[in-house]
Design a protein around this ligand. Structure first.
Ligand SMILES: *Cc1c(COP(=O)(O)O)cnc(C)c1O
Length: 703
């Protein structure tokens, strides 16, 4: 019998998610996994919601704003903001989310409430909070004859599942957008905002809290237990209060637990006909255990002699304590944030799934697509490889540097020179840089070439994403002497000099798709080259030196330098958005330029004409007097601001590995650069507000 099947299905404990990594017992890792699952299942489309109309009045000591909102997804809908009058200062804010049948007019006390605790928004406003309440519109608007008595909310929830979305996800999306309006309202202290929800509203508040920043306090009433009990035993669960598929990953108590350390109050009534008191009690214990495991202050589990309601006094007490002060120090700014939004993550997952289904896990259609996508940015064909270092090494092997000298800049990442050593170079020579574009200095190169007539390759590096105008001087000299140029363009994917793309100027261009670079495949690299013969050699070197694709004969000591389909799944998604990535990076750089104009003692690198940098690094020079190590420490410890790594703080010839290999000479410009620059955090998800924090902190810590 299908009914029995359903009961069995739902009675089953959620299986530990197949996606759970080994470290999942660690609270932070588990919370992170749950939040990413919720984000994926909820499929929240983050769209801006605008206030298109406001009516304000003051009545019974409350300031009341009736809003008409406009959402690109659901069109116009209404919301009400309540705030105590008079207004001495911005107050803590609470987003109030009622149950399925609670009307906004009741929640806000505009009409007489049908229960004394129904008008929660009004209660909380009278207790000193600014509250915001919006309508769900789950009823009305459908043809009553066709409905024939069926529940409109249930029909709506089913219609949502047809689209792969869910009613709860849609409500959560609305709540996230409305929460932003509350946070930025003039009567609200944006750092002190909490969520209240009852019944369906508690489910929406919970999912909103899981998907928003800043760990807001949550008070949830009348929504506690296990999904199995609510949906299969009590039969009271509403389709719109749960994410489809959630039980495959986790259960309601774990969702609440994932909020730790956010302040949490859970209320349930022992006579609530929708809940099972034992089940709710057990769920409360499970939440408390999760909080304890995360060393978070205990959640308040309030078991109350009431039905499906809210205890107003407990809720007011909770918010009064939880919102008394802003949450700890303002969040810092990390040096780096690699971020894929939920649609991009789904795209990666879909591609990985297709690869797993086909069984083609390396060197398949995704790698080909990855290579095709790079052409737009390098201007020529390329072969995907396992890493940037692999790309450098393969190029040097194709060129043939064994027993000869390879020239690299004095100031670059270790991998540039190490690749030459691995490819068999007898010597690595270091060339000073020029300070205009941070490229190899053509005059220093002339001297180095004269000193090393056996030079087999020259490897300029586009430091920080800048393709230096002086590169032409490097290319000309090498052409005149018949020496191939390999661009180490690991920093410079998407950068150009005029209309000439990085990695498209030398015989080879080597790129890295390591996560810290401007585009990533997790691990990965690319060699671009114009000559099809060269490309053919690259493909043979990367695949164990097979003498032809698919051959079992090997004619050179190749390696396994292939890119897997799984990496290409990530890489193709990242390259498909790369135009937006580049635009965002350039916008952020321009904003830093503006902000720094008023900071003496911090001078941004001046971009030479013709250079279109991808701003892999936003470089700033400090005055002679500034102690960089101390400055970075103070920014970190006093402001939570982490600067990006320098490029680089040591010259290659000063690394232990090259001690003794470096030639005498002191590379004065490279040395000056290494000592005096810093790199500000810059990544597409950085906000203008975060940039202001970075620059203010910098100004306050400069001598
Ligand atoms: C990152 C980087 C590399 C190495 O790339 P991987 O993908 O980590 O091997 C080489 N050269 C420079 C200049 C780099 O920044």
């Amino acid at each position: 019998m299908q009914i029995r099947h359903l009961a069995r299905l739902l009675e089953a404990r959620p299986t530990p998610a197949p996606s759970a990594p080994g470290s999942d017992t660690e609270p932070a890792a588990r919370s992170h996994r749950i939040r990413s699952t919720v984000e994926r299942l909820a499929r929240v489309e983050r769209v801006p919601v605008r206030v298109v109309h406001t009516d304000t009045e003051v009545r019974d000591g409350l300031h009341r704003e009736q809003w008409v909102l406009d959402s690109p997804l659901r069109g116009e809908f209404r919301a009400t903001l309540l705030s105590p009058e008079p207004e001495p200062a911005p107050r803590p804010g609470i987003l109030v989310l009622g149950g399925k049948n609670a009307r906004r007019e009741q929640l806000t006390g505009e009409v007489v409430p049908d229960h004394p605790d129904r008008n929660m928004a009004e209660h909380l406003a009278r207790a000193g909070f600014t509250t915001l309440t919006f309508e769900y519109a789950l009823t009305g608007g459908l043809d009553q004859r066709r409905l024939a008595g069926r529940d409109e909310g249930t029909l709506l929830a089913h219609a949502f599942t047809l689209t792969g979305r869910s009613l709860l996800g849609a409500l959560t999306g609305d709540a996230l957008a409305v929460l932003e309006l509350l946070r930025t309202h003039e009567r609200v202290d944006g750092g002190r905002v909490g969520l209240f929800g009852h019944s369906l509203g508690a489910a929406v508040a919970l999912h909103t809290a899981l998907l928003t920043e800043g760990e807001p306090p949550l008070c949830a009433a009348g929504h506690l237990g296990s999904y199995a009990c609510l949906y299969a035993r009590q039969l009271t669960g509403f389709e719109g209060a749960v994410l489809p598929g959630i039980l495959e990953h986790t259960d309601l108590p774990a969702l609440y637990g994932a909020l730790a350390p956010a302040p949490l109050q859970l209320q349930f009534g022992t006579c609530d006909p929708y809940l099972d008191a034992d089940d709710a009690r057990a769920a409360g214990r499970a939440v408390a255990e999760t909080y304890a495991a995360a060393h978070a202050p205990a959640p308040e589990i309030r078991e109350l002699p009431m039905g499906h309601g809210t205890d107003v006094g407990h809720a007011v007490d909770f918010f009064t304590r939880a919102l008394a002060q802003p949450p700890s120090a303002p969040a810092g700014v990390p040096a780096q944030r690699v971020r894929f939004d939920v649609l991009e993550r789904r795209a990666v997952a879909d591609r990985v799934d297709a690869a797993l289904r086909s069984g083609v896990l390396t060197q398949g259609p995704l790698v080909t697509r990855f290579e095709d996508l790079t052409r737009q940015w390098t201007g020529r064909p390329g072969a995907a490889v396992a890493s940037g270092s692999a790309a450098l090494e393969i190029a040097l092997r194709v060129i043939g540097v064994r027993g000869r000298t390879v020239l690299v800049p004095a100031n670059t990442f270790f991998a540039t020179a190490a690749a030459a050593v691995r490819a068999g170079a007898a010597r690595v020579g270091f060339v000073d840089l020029e300070l205009d574009g941070l490229g190899m200095d053509p005059q220093a190169l002339t001297a180095a070439l004269d000193r090393h007539p056996d030079t087999a390759a020259v490897v300029p590096v586009h430091i920080g994403g800048i393709v230096a105008p002086a590169l032409d001087g490097v290319l000309d000299q090498c052409r005149a002497r018949g020496i191939p140029v390999l661009e180490d363009a690991a920093h410079a994917f998407g950068s150009t000099l005029g209309d000439r793309p990085a990695g498209g100027l030398g015989r080879f261009g080597a790129f890295s798709f390591f996560p810290t670079k401007v585009a990533t495949s997790g691990e990965g690299g690319l060699l671009s080259c114009a000559d099809t013969g060269d490309l053919d050699h690259v493909r043979r070197w990367r695949d164990h030196g097979k003498s032809a694709p698919g051959s079992t004969l090997h004619d050179r000591p190749g390696g396994n330098w292939r890119m897997s389909e799984l990496h290409a799944a990530v890489g193709t998604v990242d390259l498909e958005r790369f135009g937006r990535t580049l635009a965002a990076r350039r916008d952020l750089a321009a904003h830093y330029d503006d902000l720094l104009a008023s900071v003496p003692g911090a001078r941004p690198h001046t971009m030479p004409g013709q250079v279109n940098s991808n701003y892999y690094k936003y470089l700033v020079y400090l005055d002679e007097a500034t102690d960089r190590t101390l400055l970075k420490k103070r920014l970190r410890e006093r402001h939570g601001i982490h600067l990006a790594g320098e490029v680089y703080d040591h010259l290659l010839c000063d690394h232990p590995f090259f001690a003794g290999r470096a030639e005498p000479g002191d590379h004065p410009r490279a040395r000056w650069f290494a000592r005096h620059h810093i790199a500000l955090p810059l990544y597409p998800s950085l906000t203008h507000a975060e940039q202001v924090r970075v620059v203010c902190a910098l100004r306050s810590e400069l001598p």
